[in-house]
Design a protein around this ligand. Structure first.
Ligand code: PEP
Ligand code: MG
Length: 757
């Protein structure tokens, strides 16, 4: 059974459009369950109706003609109940509605299962038989399993433009919204430029060939280039491999033969598809054929043919690269945006980016942040292949992307962008003013940095220092561990730029989702694994080089502070302090004039909340990492778009923890700050100030808004607000309460722009 399931899913996976997806589903499910009928009805949001999209067993003429309103008939009933309905005689059910054009009067037994993706009903899959019998438990379980597995694929297929075109009645896709995770802040409206990853067969879109002869020439040249490459590889390996072992290359040459693959692709191009699309169609079809074989040898051939396809595609894409013309407001879209792609689009034309893969900590998201480009990462359902040239809205505050937005949405987002620009312009004058409440309570605002580009932004916005320098960023964009002197140069630039203000440098925080290409960590649960201080304590040789570079960089400036990430127990703190002090003593002995830097610990692991008093004995300051603290407290992966709606630092449990940390820190001599995203949201900043946090560190872009909020209220207003939210039950209630209060205080314009809250 599992094999059958896998095979159906695999086949559906390789379908190229919605019609093909549906056709595979109904045929394969009918065959696997040996029923008389299998049909799929899809729910159209606009008309609020279930449309019979495909069927084997019902009359052909009913397909795409029969539809039922929500709640109508047995299909509507399944949708309404959101659970399977299993009947031995459907005609006896009070909800039964008969459509003559389906010819379904012959079928008595009925099993309908809802197709649900991310809590949304996509449709209903139905199997029917002539005999009057209830489907048994096994059959019901099979259909539920297949429906659950297919829901994601179907959602993806539904979201493609081709599905739209093939059935205008399924119109909900226009203006559809795809969720990812926020990679930066900001909003962009522009035209999608889909950049293909190097030779990725899965994400090549179909496109009409503009010049068929030119496409054929390009394809034939690419084919010849690959033939030559294979010939060369074969020749080079001749010394090391026997003739039999090299037989594969002959097979490759055979597949590439003009009369085989080449011939088929040429035909597809002549039918109108461009060379890349034609190649992918042919390769995918052959590969699928081999994959479905029971014979292991033939199965292997599937990867051979894909490999060859990728090689040819690689050459075609090289030729294609030269022809890309970027629109003036380009939004870079790719399966996985790479830093190199970022570099290819002229700077003045790039307004946003969207990447299906990757997280807010991906290298490219970090670069986008530094460049001030709105980015949404991890848009797992985004139909990249069909987006090229479409209008997009990228809302990186909310981590969502809209394609082909309605005029109304465009106007609303246009207004948000304008309001945002106006607001920030209007706040420029406060850059040089202190961050204090109307009654004089001061709370310094610091910035989070990582790249050299961040420095200018930060200084322009009036930062009072750096509250978090993410030192892993220079490590992430390097090809090996940077040397001591290379690091020293980077650190010195930060320390000098902000001198005499403090710069808090966090020691290497790799692991989790922050990978170094040259130091891979493969773990089943990376966020609970070898991360942050755990890695550096196990590698003192790496750690000491970093600490020495920091200390050297601070000579004669003495504005360095060192912070430790991911601390979960006191010995980690004491051991690290010994290492730092050892390095400091050694450098002093070498004659350098360096003050011992203040040392602090990040509170970002739930266990540390309860050890604030003990940890505080050894350090000078504490800084809450609310991004990780929220993730660990709520058990919600901060980079997983599937659970993004559960991730909120305004969750009452998170606020209670933040408050408890503040209360505990007040009993110590330690200064307390917070450097997660919450600090950069005026709503969070107000609460944190009320709790007693001494400083807040955030992205430079958010700083003026936060400062303006704090400068516009009395501390008692903030304390009152805090009191009113601490006992609420949900994050939504908390946000609602804050919004009301900010409105009362005349601060509504400072709320982060959102059409979705
Ligand atoms: C945090 O966890 O809140 C934090 C500031 O660190 P990072 O986002 O780099 O993990
Ligand atoms: Mg963290």
């Amino acid at each position: 059974m599992l094999k059958t399931l896998q095979r159906i899913v695999q086949e559906v996976n390789s379908a190229r459009n919605l019609d093909e997806t549906l056709s595979i589903i109904v045929r394969k499910v009918k065959r696997a369950m040996k029923t008389d009928v299998c049909s799929v009805y899809l729910f159209d949001n606009n008309s609020q109706r279930y449309i019979l999209m495909d069927s084997v067993g019902l009359k052909k003429e009913s397909i795409k003609q029969v539809s039922l309103s929500a709640g109508q008939g047995l299909v509507g009933y399944v949708g309404l109940r959101e659970e399977p309905v299993n009947l031995d005689d459907a005609t006896q059910h009070p909800n039964y509605v008969y459509f003559a054009e389906t010819g379904e009067e012959r079928f008595h037994s009925f099993l309908g299962v809802p197709i649900i993706h991310q809590r949304r009903i996509l449709g209903v899959i139905v199997v029917q038989e002539q005999a009057k019998r209830r489907f048994d438990e096994g059959e019901e379980a099979f259909l539920i399993t297949i429906s659950a597995q297919l829901a994601g694929l179907l959602a993806h297929s539904l979201a493609t433009g081709s599905s739209n075109r093939s059935d205008p009645r399924l119109s909900q896709i226009h203006g559809s919204c795809f969720r990812g995770v926020a990679g930066t802040s900001g909003i962009a409206i522009g035209t999608a430029v889909v950049v293909l990853p190097v030779a990725n067969l899965e994400s090549v879109p179909d496109r009409p060939a503009e010049d068929i002869e030119q496409e054929i020439t390009q394809f034939n040249e690419a084919l010849a280039a690959v033939r030559y490459d294979i010939h060369e590889v074969n020749r080079r390996l001749a010394q090391r491999l026997s003739e039999e072992e090299r037989a594969l290359f002959d097979a490759y040459q055979g597949m590439l033969d003009d009369s085989a693959l080449g011939h088929e692709v040429n035909n597809k191009i002549r039918e109108g598809n461009w060379a890349q699309g034609a190649l992918c169609q042919v390769v995918t079809r052959h590969a699928r054929f081999f994959e479905l074989s029971e014979d292991d040898y033939l199965k292997e051939r599937a990867s051979d043919i894909r490999d060859l396809g990728r090689r040819v595609l690689g050459y075609l894409q090289k030729a294609e690269q030269q022809y890309i013309e970027y629109p003036s407001q380009a939004i870079l879209v790719s399966q996985e945006v790479t830093p190199a792609m970022l570099g290819e689009i002229p700077k003045e034309k790039l307004v946003g980016l969207v990447s299906v893969q990757g997280s807010s900590n991906s290298h490219v998201a970090i670069l986008a942040r530094a460049m001030g480009i709105p980015a949404v990462m991890g848009t797992i359902d985004l139909p990249v292949a069909v987006l090229d040239g479409q209008q997009l809205i990228v809302d990186s505050y909310q981590g969502v992307v809209f394609n082909s937005p309605s005029d109304e949405l465009l106007i609303q987002y246009g207004q948000l962008i304008q309001a945002e620009e106006k607001l920030l312009k209007g706040l420029e004058h406060i850059a040089g003013l202190p961050c204090e409440t109307l009654d004089g309570h001061k709370i310094p605002l610091l910035v989070n940095t990582g790249l050299a580009q961040d420095i200018t932004h930060s200084l322009n916005h009036g930062a009072e220092g750096v509250g978090l320098f993410r030192t892993e960023v220079p490590f992430m964009i390097s090809e090996r561990f940077p040397s001591e002197s290379e690091q020293q140069k980077v650190y010195r630039a930060q320390l000098e730029a902000f001198y005499p203000q403090p710069v808090v440098m966090r020691t290497l925080d790799i692991g989790g989702d922050k990978a170094l290409p040259y130091f891979p960590i493969n773990e089943a649960n990376p966020f609970l694994g070898w991360r942050g201080i755990r890695v550096t304590l196990d590698h003192p040789e790496v750690f000491l080089v970093q600490v020495r570079a920091m200390l050297r960089a601070s000579e004669d400036l003495d504005n360095l502070q060192i912070m430790l990430p991911m601390v979960s127990n006191v010995p980690e703190v004491t051991e690290t302090i010994s290492l730092i002090e050892r390095a400091w003593h050694e450098l002093c002995q070498e004659g350098l004039n360096i003050q011992r830097p203040d040392i602090g610990v990040m509170i970002e692991v739930p266990g540390a909340i309860y050890q604030v008093a003990q940890i505080a004995k050894y350090v000078d300051f504490l800084s809450v990492g609310s991004n990780d603290l929220t993730q660990y407290l709520l058990a919600v992966d901060r980079n997983n778009p599937r659970v993004a709606s559960l991730y909120s630092s305004f969750h009452p449990a998170v606020l209670a923890a933040l408050n408890a940390i503040a209360e505990a820190a007040k009993q110590t001599d330690c200064r307390l700050g917070l450097c997660g995203e919450l600090a950069g949201d005026p709503r969070g900043a107000i609460l944190l100030m009320a709790m007693g946090y001494n400083s807040l560190s955030m992205n430079a872009v958010n700083l003026p808004r936060v400062k303006s909020a704090i400068r516009s209220l009395h501390r008692r207003d903030a304390v009152q607000l805090l009191d009113s939210v601490l006992n609420l039950e949900t994050a939504e209630q908390v946000l609602e309460q804050i919004s009301l209060t900010m409105e009362d205080l005349g601060l509504k314009q400072l709320l982060q722009p959102s059409l979705l809250d």
